[in-house]
Design a protein around this ligand. Structure first.
Ligand SMILES: [Mg+2]
Length: 412
């Protein structure tokens, strides 16, 4: 059979490409007892949070259901539906093989990076929840056990007056004192009033001074009560990024995030090596293959993968393992619902070099309502010992906040 679009998506077709289904691998699906089960369905529902969270459920013939989440992005639910035939009938305990199977089957649709990897990530997270429930162990146990019982969470902060240093400092103080966080992040790619042409990526002296004033005002206000990082969202030229990083060296920030565009690794490396300000990068790169280069070239001081986007829980563990060879800590970028946030906490518990997990939804008000359990308390996540991820979707809350036109998950 020739390899074409039809054959790629026919689960019964013969392939010339590497095929990792149980049938072609001669892998037994039967393990006996409760471990002898098959995937029967994969469903998604999008929830309208501060991002469109794509919740994923993997169903089995044993009645056990795994819940996961994929990062937002147009086409992610459609890609997950496209992949469903590739996992139906498979044993969900073969997490790694199924992940590689999906990567291979979706290679023609871009499984090197982008939304295809995001979609696979959502299934991969659900498989960890499912396998944990079947084996009756928490997800962190599937990843090698614990280094810590709770994960530190850093709060992404916003204020209406994002360019006003005092307003940022007021918000920092409020988040520390009222919400209990000891780790914060603010945006630094905010207007200063000195801009003439933002397209050329060059920072004028007044812009550098304004950004340094924000950093100084916030860090001086919270002092040792909180670590503070600052995000630039890939905005500046290499030269400007170096000037900015040098200008804020004296404030000893937690990290400066994404100061330059992501495509050119050599520029990233030069900026990182030019300054004592720690540079964090990683949220818009995919799979260990892409992040490996950042780490091996020592182009990052802190690596920041986004778990439900980068490839899932094992892929994040693989990235952390490479990072650990270079003594690089991991701060997980996260804009997810409680489901993928808890997945990040399990990975964070299981790796030696985890620094923190992001929380990006404090203005939403109902983030925690989406699951039955408490997730973030006093700036930390207690890593649960319940089987799987240890979070249970509150279906009433899911239904209340579903994107228009979405359908609620079936019962198990
Ligand atoms: Mg960022």
């Amino acid at each position: 059979m020739s390899l074409n679009y039809e054959s790629l998506h026919d689960p019964n077709a013969e392939y010339t490409m590497r095929e990792l289904s149980a049938e072609t691998m001669d892998v037994t699906r039967s393990r006996g007892g409760d471990r002898d089960l098959e995937i029967t369905d994969v469903q998604t529902t999008m929830v309208d949070g501060n991002f469109p969270w794509t919740l994923v459920r993997v169903y089995t013939d044993a009645g056990v259901v795994g819940t996961g989440e994929a990062y937002w992005g147009a086409g992610v639910p459609e890609l997950i539906a496209r992949m469903k035939p590739f996992v139906i009938g498979e044993n969900p305990l073969d997490i790694d093989r199924l992940y590689e199977h999906l990567i291979q089957k979706m290679s023609g649709e871009g499984s090197v990076e982008g939304v295809t990897v995001t979609a696979i990530s959502g299934i991969e997270v659900a498989l960890h929840d499912l396998a944990g429930k079947v084996l009756e162990v928490p997800a962190y146990q599937l990843l090698g056990g614990k280094y810590r019982d709770r994960m530190r969470v850093y709060c992404d902060c916003h204020t209406e007056e994002e360019a006003d240093p005092e307003a940022c400092a007021d918000e920092a103080e409020r988040v520390v004192e009222e919400l209990g966080y000891d780790a914060l992040k603010f945006d630094l790619d905010v207007p200063s009033g000195f801009e003439k042409d933002r397209a050329n990526r060059h920072l004028r002296p007044g812009e550098i001074r304004h950004k340094a004033e924000i950093v100084e005002t916030v860090t001086e206000r919270v002092k040792d009560e909180a670590d503070v990082s600052f995000d630039c969202h890939w905005t500046f030229s290499g030269g400007s990024a170096k000037r900015l990083a040098e200008a804020i060296e004296e404030y000893d920030v937690w990290w400066l995030e994404d100061p330059v565009p992501p495509e050119n690794l050599e520029v990233q490396e030069e900026v990182t090596k030019s300054t004592t300000t720690p540079i964090a990068v990683g949220e818009n790169r995919y799979r260990v293959t892409e992040l490996r280069r950042l780490i091996e070239n020592q182009a990052v001081d802190i690596v920041a993968p986004d778990l439900p986007k980068v490839g899932g829980m094992r892929e994040t563990r693989k990235i952390a393992d490479v990072a650990n060879q270079y003594y690089v800590p991991v701060a997980m970028h996260n804009v997810a619902s409680p489901v993928a946030t808890m997945a990040a906490a399990h990975v964070g518990a299981a790796i030696p070099n985890s620094l923190a997990v992001e929380y990006h939804s404090y203005e939403l008000g109902w983030w925690g309502d989406l699951v039955e359990e408490e997730v973030i308390e006093d700036g930390y996540i207690e890593v649960p010992d319940q089987p799987g991820l240890g979070v249970t979707l509150d279906m009433d809350a899911v239904e209340e906040h579903m994107v228009d036109g979405e359908e609620l998950f079936d019962e198990a």
